[in-house]
Ligand binder design. Structure first.
Ligand code: SF4
Ligand code: SF4
Length: 476
């Protein structure tokens, strides 16, 4: 029944296969020769399948766990260096016809403020985001064919790309909207979106149906097969994610990796990104309600272990962590594999341009990291990371398998590294506080010599000078 190449959700995310995998993992969690074999395979950077990853997750041997952390850190350095890509979510509308019990936007929640931005309000939001320094946005909207039809989303994307405030620019709009048809995905592709991101929430079908009791999202197969339809429509970069804390985390890790294996098997390219959100408190939502007993409780340590295992299982996939997590958890996760984080996020509709009064709360969840973008940028620099506002691949047409071949060719240091330094330079000149600018300039001076190719390094140095003189938007 399990068939990674099948186009049917219940065959490529096969419940029996996951249950067998978890039993196999329990049986082998102390099988050190097998675990050694799995780690040796992982060390070759060829990835791990869901069974192998599940054995590692089940293994509690402290030496092995430390080895997993060490390998994840090494992979992070090898593939992503010390660059961290920055983004911000932009909430367009919180009207939603679904009944997701973990989200305050669910239809039956009558006390949350419902808002939908007009195009003029979107312009103001984008200006506020550009004035902070953001270049990469993740567009969010509830599912509502009347209030948020595809035409509204498309018009909003056009508005976002059209705003250029001072030196500001939105260079990549990733889209996180409900599962839809091939036809509508084609429209999104034509609108120039970056990644299409859709979280599965949970791969456990029975729980999925309970957590989504009403609305179109109730349909597990339609939701789970959405990435296939997006790819069929020509969207090369798709993002996966589960909402950790909803179901048994071991089940979710196996399901998530099976989903990645499925995309690779059918389309020849795995997910562009994997996000690792955890349930957060929000209006009408208490994370304790979803703690599925002892085995379901996801401590920070287990969460870190999952992040490390994903890193070594899918080394070429970017990993995203939002401001749902605290500064401490984010710092830990950056070491273990996270390559992209949000900064200064607002999860309310219209929250960037005008902070909303408490009685008008429209937020999807509470944020744990409330710092400004400048503070996050400075924090990263102080830890020797390069905050990157790079969007070059998408704009150069390096998406899908072309992006993957860039990763696999080892040319990332000659590409991402100078792009990170040039976009950081733009940020420092246009938006940074004096303190951040000073620290950032020192970092750029330290990092320029790390570009391996002489020619690329010289061009990057030249471009950085030109940015000081007012030119913008250089990229490799
Ligand atoms: S998770 Fe998405 S689909 Fe579900 S209620 Fe919230 S906004 Fe609507
Ligand atoms: S060059 Fe491509 S892979 Fe590298 S940071 Fe920029 S967009 Fe990402």
């Amino acid at each position: 029944m399990y068939n990674p190449k099948s186009r049917k959700a219940e065959e490529f995310i096969c419940h029996e296969e996951i249950m067998d995998t978890l039993a196999y993992a329990d049986e082998h969690k102390d099988d050190l020769p097998l675990i050694r074999q799995i780690l040796d395979k992982a060390a070759q950077k060829k990835g791990l399948d869901h069974r192998e990853a599940s054995v590692l997750l089940a293994c509690e041997d402290e030496t092995i766990v430390q080895e997993i952390y060490g390998m994840a850190e090494q992979f992070k350095k090898d593939f992503y260096g010390n660059r961290i890509v920055m983004f911000a979510p932009l909430y367009l509308s919180n009207y939603c016809v679904n009944g997701c019990v973990y989200c305050p936007y669910h239809l039956k929640n009558k006390h949350i403020a419902r808002k939908k931005l007009t195009q003029e309000e979107i312009r103001r939001e984008v200006i506020a985001l550009q004035d902070m320094g953001h270049k990469r946005l993740a567009l969010e909207a509830g599912e509502d064919p009347v209030n948020n039809p595809i035409e509204y989303i498309l018009e909003s994307i056009k508005t976002i790309y059209s705003v250029h405030h001072k030196n500001g620019d939105t260079r990549r709009v990733n889209v996180n909207i409900a599962a839809t048809t091939v036809e509508e995905y084609k429209m999104l592709k034509d609108a120039g979106i970056g990644t299409y991101i859709l979280f599965q929430e949970t791969y456990h079908k029975e729980s999925y149906e309970k957590l989504h009791p009403t609305g179109p999202k109730h349909n597990y197969a339609y939701h789970t097969e959405a990435h296939d339809r997006a790819m069929e429509a020509g969207i090369d970069d798709v993002g996966l994610g589960v909402l950790f804390g909803l179901e048994l985390y071991r089940y979710e890790l196996a399901g998530l990796l099976m989903h990645a294996e499925h995309l690779e098997a059918v389309f020849g390219v795995g997910p562009h990104t994997i996000s690792v959100p955890r349930v957060r408190p929000a209006d009408d939502v208490d994370p304790e309600d979803f703690d599925a007993g002892v085995d379901g409780g996801l401590t920070d340590d287990l969460f870190a272990k999952i992040i490390a295992i994903i890193r070594i299982a899918v080394p070429y996939t970017g990993m995203i962590m939002s401001t749902r997590e605290s500064q401490e958890m984010r710092a830990r996760a950056l070491h273990l594999g996270i390559s992209q984080i949000s900064g200064a996020s607002k999860t309310s509709v219209g929250g960037y341009d005008s902070p909303e009064p408490e009685e008008e709360n429209s937020a999807q969840f509470e944020i744990d990291d409330n710092r400004t973008l400048d503070e996050v940028v400075k924090w990263l620099i102080d830890m020797d990371y390069i905050p990157s506002f790079c969007t070059a691949c998408y704009r150069e047409g390096r998406t899908g398998d072309r992006f993957m071949s860039l990763c696999k060719s080892g040319q990332i240091l000659n590409c991402c590294h100078p792009n990170a330094l040039m976009t950081l330079k733009e940020y420092l000149v246009d938006y940074a506080s004096e303190e951040t600018r000073e620290a950032g300039e020192a970092l750029i001076a330290r990092e320029l010599p790390n570009i391996p190719k002489d020619k690329v390094r010289q061009i990057a140095e030249q471009y950085i000078k030109e940015i000081e003189d007012g030119k913008r938007d250089f990229r490799f």
